[in-house]
Design a binder for this molecule. Structure first.
Ligand SMILES: [Zn+2]
Length: 336
């Protein structure tokens, strides 16, 4: 193991990476010289040994990564493989894992601006890492995940972030909003005007716009346990407390022996986000065999930028900044 490897095995990882500590002093909108380092958790547990290739690249799990790595102690006592690298080098590895390199340039640039803003909002100097490589934050696959188009979109927007009232905005994005982006106040209790939700005509008819799923009584019992089982055989299911974006807050079950309510968010999380693809549930019909036939719109949490909608806006000639400001109304741009 050469320099950079396993620096944190003594628990002194943050001390041993002064470049990180210096770069994560927070956002400084207006200072284009700010150098930010991202620390990306690639894997936890006992990751296969990474191998240093030269001073600025390493190999792990059949892939090549920019930057350096260290093993950081995580909250659960396990070690985490953490990749530290400059913000835009990280974005190179994110862009084409989040949107296709074949998409309109403006949609890719909008993604780059939003991904950069998101990443800066996740800097956590006192934590072993800033972001997770994957669904929890942003997909990131190192150099093999990069494309010329993705790097171009990052370079063309270098330093640009979304701002609101002069400070960095809190941004989010998902694959498809289903026709109306979600209100972050209802979804996450984040109340900012630019995340209140907008009608989105652009993503209608795109591949993730509509979905159907069937969940069995066993699926429901596994997901919701004794509280659900206690209501006995199901008589009815109701989508309740529909918010302004069309998303129900509650999935209510009525059984022979009582009632059980799940929040729509819990309903999606516990049955699986690949099964219940969004909380923009349109119908939940009880079938004669006790299973539940679901239909809904969109894919993902629905807050903020809708990737499929951005693609369509780009194809229709919108510029990257127009796309961003459509999904985050009343925001501006600054340097991060
Ligand atoms: Zn949409």
């Amino acid at each position: 193991m050469k320099r950079g490897a396993f620096l944190a095995s003594t628990g002194a990882g943050l001390v041993a990476l002064p470049r990180v500590a210096a770069a994560t002093g927070g956002l400084d909108v207006g200072d284009s010289q700010a150098l930010h380092t991202m620390r990306v958790l690639l894997a936890s547990g006992a990751p296969d040994s990474p191998r240093t290739l030269d001073g600025w690249h390493f190999a792990w799990n059949g892939r090549t990564f920019r930057g350096t790595f260290s093993i950081e102690p995580l909250e659960d006592g396990r070690g985490g493989l953490v990749n530290a690298l400059p913000l835009d080098a990280y974005l190179y590895g994110v862009l084409s894992r989040e949107v296709s390199a074949s998409w309109p340039r403006a949609a890719q640039e909008a993604q780059a601006i939003v991904a950069r803003t998101y990443a800066l909002g996740r800097l956590r100097p006192a934590h072993p890492y800033d972001v997770v490589a994957g669904d929890a934050d942003q997909h990131y696959d190192g150099i093999e995940g990069e494309t010329v188009e993705g790097r171009d979109a990052v370079d063309a927007t270098a330093g640009t972030i979304v701002t609101y009232a002069g400070v960095a905005a809190q941004v989010a994005y998902s694959a498809c909003c289903g026709g109306h982006t979600a209100d972050a106040g209802a979804t996450w209790r984040v109340s900012v005007p630019y995340l209140a939700g907008v009608v989105d005509p652009h993503c209608v008819g795109t591949p993730d716009f509509a979905w159907d799923a069937v969940v069995t009584p066993d699926d429901l019992s596994r997901a919701f346990g004794a509280g659900f089982a206690g209501i006995g055989s199901l008589n009815a299911v109701e989508l309740r407390d529909v918010d302004g974006s069309g998303r129900p807050r509650i999935v209510g079950f009525s059984g022979a022996n009582g009632q059980f309510d799940a929040t729509a968010r819990d309903f999606r999380a516990k049955l699986g986000t690949n099964v219940v693809r969004s909380t923009l549930l349109k119908s939940a019909m009880l079938q004669p065999d006790g299973s539940l036939a679901l239909s809904g719109n969109g894919r993902g949490h629905g807050v903020g930028l809708c990737q499929w909608g951005a693609r369509v806006m780009g194809a229709q000639g919108a510029a990257a900044r127009d796309i961003v400001q459509f999904y985050f109304p009343a925001t501006g741009f600054g340097r991060g």
